[in-house]
Structure formats: C-alpha cells, structure tokens
Ligand binder design. Structure first.
Ligand SMILES: Cc1ncc(COP(=O)(O)O)c(C=O)c1O
Length: 337
C-alpha cells in the first residue's frame, strides 16, 4: 500500500504518549486454524500508560490542545466502564491536571463486577473524581455545566467529548493510518482490509481521514458498530471524518462510500454480551494468547471471524485487525464467561 504523499501533523500541539509504532503481528495459528485469509493484528493494546489502549492515540492530541490552552482540569464523559475515561484519568495524572469523569449507567448492569471493578477501580486509583449519572442522563450537558461551575471558581477546564472523538482527537488515528502504511511497506504486506470496532466513531473517522490525506482508498477500513445502529453511525462517522480531514487540509473531502460499517455484531445493544463475542474472545485467547475486550474488540473480531467463515475474506487476502486494548473491561465482565 505505497503512498506518494506524506501526512504532516507536526503543527498540531501534541503530548507524546507512544514511544514507538505499535507492532503488526501475524496470527499464524488462528489463520491456519480458520484456513482462509492471513490474519494480522496491529497491537494498539500495547500502548502502555494507565492499563493501555488505543485511546492514548487520541489523547496525545487532546492533551496537546488542553495544555496549549493552559488547562488545569480535564472533564470527559462515558459509560461507567469507559476505557477512554480511564485513560483520560491516567493521562491527566501524568500531566499533573485535575480530572473529572461524568459516567452514566448506560449499560443495565448493577452487579459489583460492573459497577466497582475494571475501569472504574482504575479511575479511582488515578485520582479522578467520578460523577455517577443514570443511564438516561445527558453526560455532555452535565460536563459543560460542571465546567462552567469550575470556571466560575477560576479554573481552566478542557472538556473532552465521548470517546475523545473530536476532530482533534481523531488526528491520532489519521496518524495511525500513516503508521500502518509505512509498516505494511516495510514488512512487504499489502492489506486488503483493516477491521476495527466503532464506538463513538473516532477511530474509523481518523483512519479514513488519514487514508484520504495519503491519497489512498479509505474504504479499506471496515468497522463493526457496537454502540449505535449502522445508519446513524454512518452519518456521525462521515461527519467526524470530514472534520478531521479538513483539519489536516481544507481541500480534503470524504465521500459517504468511504464509510463501511456493519451492524450484525452489535447484538441487543452497547455493552451487552453476545455469543459470538464470547467465542471470539475465547478463540483469540486460547489460540494466540491475546486478550480482546468484551465491549469493542470482542464484537469486532467476531465480525472478522464471520467474514472469514462466510468466505467474504478469502485465502490469499491479508486482513489487519486493530487491537484496541480495553483489558480492564474483561474484569467487569466475569459473569459473561
Ligand atoms: C477498547 C476500545 N476499542 C475501540 C473503541 C472504539 O473507538 P471509537 O470510540 O473511536 O469508535 C473504544 C472506544 O471507546 C475502546 O474503548
């Protein structure tokens, strides 16, 4: 997947949280077991701070902007087991900023594994203040009100949207597109598909914007939505991709055909386990020793397995799955296994 263009993001404020490109590894045993396409993983779960995960790519740019604006406090929103919230808390701790998390009970789980273990345990260790809201609450509205309250007390507050998926945050995944292209060229692999989960849409939007900026076909990115239904998510992701592309270069434009989203793995809803997710998590763990999370990666990888088994991805093709981390979430889902 050679590109004649470079992606230069050096003029955006950025705080380094990744020391090196994350590795791309071949899933030799699983590929042989399935007998179809060659499967590879991009190990964004190895980005290490705060329990690790892909959200650190977005936080490099979000924290960069927050520091540039002189923020002393970061507020973000999410579900109670949000990985983005946990990593925002970790990054804030490292940068010496106060952090407040507005977390909703969007997932109907009231057992202590879910309410008190996993990500939420780590939020507390990182010193974040958690606002516990019902599932129906408008978390962003609450966050903005809380920010105004703190500003009235003289604090400088940076509010980060759901999943860190502002255009600035999505730059982290535009950069990842360039990283994948460089690694694919260096390793001599031409990828036919790059499979990702879609929660708030920022990872897919950023990758798509990155491929467009590099002059490559963005529809190589295939996402499995785990939160919203496919149609509204397509619109949201397209908007975010366009905002991100235009932040990189005002002349760039993303067509709706660039946004490939499948909904079949979402199941009954966000954060609710499915049998195919359970099978995907167990298969990856037992054949490759790698851990998928139950909310995002587990469902997206189940979609990839389905595409291999149904013959959509065939022998000779190279399929790259982006492993996004979220390991702490597994401990909140003991009952699912
Ligand atoms: C582990 C993990 N994977 C994937 C995603 C999805 O990324 P996005 O919200 O950018 O679509 C998230 C987002 O919360 C996540 O925590």
């Amino acid at each position: 997947m050679p590109s004649s263009r470079q992606l230069d993001l050096s003029h955006f404020p950025r705080r380094t949280l990744l020391e090196n490109p994350t590795p791309i590894q071949h899933l030799a045993r699983l590929s042989a077991h399935l007998g179809g396409a060659n499967l590879y993983v991009k190990r964004d779960d190895l980005i290490g701070l705060g329990g690790g995960g892909s959200k650190l790519r977005k936080l490099e740019f979000l924290l960069g902007e927050a520091c540039e604006l002189g923020a002393d406090t970061i507020i973000t929103v999410g579900a109670r087991q949000s990985n983005h919230a946990r990593l925002t808390a970790a990054v804030a701790a490292r940068a010496g900023l106060a952090c407040e998390l507005v977390l909703t009970r969007a997932v109907p789980r009231f057992d202590s594994d879910y309410t008190d273990n996993g990500n939420i345990l780590l939020d507390d260790l990182f010193g974040a203040r958690v606002h516990d809201l019902p599932g129906t609450a408008n978390a962003l509205e609450f966050a903005e009100q809380r920010a105004d309250e703190l500003r009235a007390q003289g604090r400088n507050v940076y509010v980060c949207p759901l999943g860190g998926s502002s255009a600035v945050g999505c730059l982290g995944y535009a950069d990842c597109a360039a990283e994948i292209v460089a690694q694919a060229d260096a390793q001599g692999i031409a990828f036919d598909r790059i499979v990702v989960p879609n929660g708030s849409g920022g990872m897919q939007a950023g990758l798509v914007a990155g491929f467009i900026a590099l002059g490559l076909d963005p529809s190589i990115v295939a996402a499995h939505t785990v939160l919203a239904q496919a149609e509204p998510m397509r619109t949201t992701t397209l908007d975010k991709a366009n905002q991100t592309a235009q932040l990189i270069d005002a002349n760039l434009h993303v067509e709706s055909s660039a946004i490939v989203i499948d909904e079949t793995q979402r199941g009954p809803g966000y954060g609710i386990p499915t049998d195919s997710m359970r099978e995907a998590v167990r298969l990856m763990a037992s054949m490759e020793g790698l851990l998928l999370d139950p909310v995002y990666g587990g469902k997206a990888f189940a979609g990839l397995l389905h595409s291999v088994r149904s013959g959509e991805y065939v022998a000779g093709q190279n399929i790259l799955f982006v492993m996004t981390g979220g390991l702490p979430g597994l401990f909140a889902y003991r009952s699912a296994f």
